[in-house]
Design a protein around this ligand. Structure first.
Ligand code: SER
Length: 611
């Protein structure tokens, strides 16, 4: 079974339980300033978990593309990847714990309708209680009954393990104490697969002299799914209040499920990554079967997969935000290949690897034109980097004293990861002060953590009035550009903070001062006309026939939400969009287009602010 088969099987199973399939949201969420990337299935679902009605009802199922930048440095072992798909099923105030645990257990173990995994290899964790919420005895009972049905007398401490909030509570921010006001969350119950029955993976465990345990990270037990009972919302006084609707947020690791079915804990042997590893073998002329080459090969395979998906979703390499993360991925892959082959010229072959990635996900996530676009983007970035690579190597050679600070600068300025610096140095007979590097690194991590924590807090203003207003301004700008410059204009991406809107679109040349003024005036004229904004739910085909714009390259469900600005028939703007938006342009201030940038390759960027 490939991940495509498993995804389909899960959709079929959930459809038979009354769920409607929704497509994956992009990796960069429009109008969501809370995080740089979509890193869990629940992020795009936030408005619905908080009570907004979903056009397809209360039972939904999806497979969400996820990217976790915080895991970049973990990639190299047999199970960490930055990109993955998270299977999700959602109850929006519909079914709850008993049904959910029953669904997932049946999907895992049923030989016909599910994956037919051996229930003896499944272990679960539940919430042990804390922060004013009791231990989840319901979940314990439900699990006991489910295991009993397959002849296993499950007991606490044997198959079922209670853990405190640090392990068994889910919210975007972490434990109840870490949750900001207004954030939803709840206790969860995780399911683990035991890869160690026949293998001695726990040899690496710090617990090797005792029986290993499910939350040990030695790799014997791997989490394959998380059932979140999303039933609380954090209050300003620090307490937790029951949400008006109790939700289920289930997240399952698609690749990990294939690994469990193959009884092979190496995620890089699964259907989506094995062909990429094969390409890496070809261009490096090394075999994945040689233990010492594996970590580098895994980094290259994962990073190029993630980079392909990011570029597809509108990210360009740059020195900031999402673009910087993409740049780091590509540089890290290039450095790994350079040292794997000991040949600087080999890195120009990196972009070719992308073909097998786009082919594997063909139809589902990529269109035929995507391969050349992704390949070109990577080629440009890699050729740029090959110059810093030379300079970085020279710096290393001429500097007799390589302290941790210097190693860190190399990392920052030339994109040299520490282990690579250490590797080069050892070849030169020098050593790097790892401890000092770590200290610099921690300082840096602390900084970016605070930055992203700030972003997160500010981001919850995500549903605040000003962000909503910018969201509506996005539609106005899109429509105005198409009216003034032509309908070849397509939105390539957008990003909103409480201070401004950033809008990327396809257009072959720089806009003149006059063109910018005309676009700006047109938007301000519509704002002064106080046009109404109407929201309706329509079948997708009907919406498109009416002339509604769809976001390029994104897949939509059959039933969609459409926002119209102006008269229903004689509208100024009509777009497929999840919202939220203002109800009337009377709620908006006048706008200014404050800056224009070129992103190269026929893509331009404008910044818009309310006056
Ligand atoms: N939100 C949970 C997670 O990301 C389950 O979907 O693990």
């Amino acid at each position: 079974m490939t991940i495509h088969d498993i995804r389909q099987k899960y959709f079929d199973f959930m459809e038979s339980k009354g769920h409607k399939i929704i497509p994956s949201s992009p990796l960069v969420l429009e109008g969501d300033a809370t995080t740089l990337f979509t890193s869990s299935g629940m992020q795009p679902m936030m408005p619905y978990l908080l009570g907004q009605k979903h056009p397809l009802g209360t039972r939904l199922v999806d497979s969400q593309k996820c990217f976790r930048s915080q895991d970049i440095d973990e990639v190299g072992d047999n199970r960490h990847t930055t990109f993955f798909e998270m299977l999700g099923n959602w109850s929006l105030g519909d079914y709850f714990k008993k049904e959910q645990l029953g669904f997932f257990f049946a999907f895992l173990t049923d030989k016909k309708l599910g994956l037919g995994l051996d229930p003896h290899r499944l272990y679960v964790s539940v919430f042990a209680g804390g922060s004013g919420v009791e231990k989840d005895d319901d979940a314990v009972m439900i699990w006991k009954n489910l295991f009993a049905k397959v002849g296993i007398q499950a007991k606490e401490g044997q198959q079922i393990f209670p853990y405190p909030a640090k392990k068994n509570w889910w919210s975007r921010a972490g434990t109840p104490e870490q949750m900001p006001t207004g954030e939803p969350g709840g206790p969860d119950s995780e399911v683990f697969f035991d890869f160690g029955v026949e293998r001695k993976l726990h040899e690496n465990s710090q617990w090797k002299n005792e029986p290993c345990h499910i939350n040990c990270d030695c790799g014997r037990y791997v989490e394959i799914g998380n059932n979140v009972f999303m039933q609380y919302v954090k209050q300003a006084d620090g307490t937790l209040k029951e949400l008006p609707q109790k939700n289920i947020d289930f997240g399952g690791g698609l690749t990990r499920l294939e690994a469990a079915m193959r009884n092979d804990p190496d995620m890089f042997n699964i259907s989506s990554l094995a062909p990429v590893i094969k390409e890496v073998e070809k261009i490096s002329a090394h075999s994945y079967s040689v233990e010492e080459h594996r970590p580098s090969m895994r980094v290259i395979a994962d990073h190029l997969t993630a980079a392909s998906f990011l570029i597809k979703d509108g990210v360009f390499p740059s020195n900031k935000g999402q673009g910087y993360v993409l740049r780091r991925l590509l540089r890290r892959a290039a450095i790994k290949l350079y040292f794997l082959t000991d040949n600087r010229d080999s890195i120009v072959m990196l972009p070719d690897i992308v073909r097998v990635i786009t082919e594997f996900y063909d139809d589902l996530y990529f269109n035929p034109g995507d391969f050349p676009l992704i390949q070109n983007t990577i080629t440009v970035e890699i050729s740029r980097f090959s110059h810093s690579l030379d300079r970085g190597l020279k710096e290393l050679q001429k500097n007799p004293q390589v302290d941790g600070k210097f190693a860190f600068d190399l990392y920052q300025n030339y994109g040299f990861p520490l282990e690579v610096t250490a590797e080069i140095l050892s070849q030169m007979g020098k050593q790097v002060d790892i401890q000092q590097f770590q200290k610099e690194f921690e300082k840096h991590k602390e900084l970016s953590r605070t930055a992203s924590a700030g972003m997160f807090r500010g981001g919850l203003a995500d549903h605040s009035d000003v962000v909503t207003a910018y969201h509506t301004a996005t539609h106005l700008l899109h429509a105005a550009l198409r009216q003034i410059l032509g309908t070849h204009i397509q939105q390539k991406g957008s990003n909103i903070t409480s201070e401004r809107l950033r809008f990327d679109f396809s257009h072959p040349e720089k806009l003149s001062e006059v063109q910018i003024k005309v676009v700006q005036n047109l938007i301000n004229q519509k704002i002064s006309e106080r046009l109404t904004v109407t929201k309706e739910e329509l079948p997708k085909e009907k919406a498109l026939t009416q002339g509604a714009l769809a976001f390029f390259g994104q897949k939509y469900p059959d039933q969609v939400t459409v926002y119209t600005i102006g008269d229903r028939k004689n509208f100024f703007s009509k777009e497929l969009c999840g919202g939220p938006h203002v109800e009337s342009l009377a709620e908006l201030a006048k706008i200014n287009i404050v800056k224009q940038e070129s992103l190269g390759a026929g893509t331009r960027r404008l910044y818009l602010q309310f006056v």
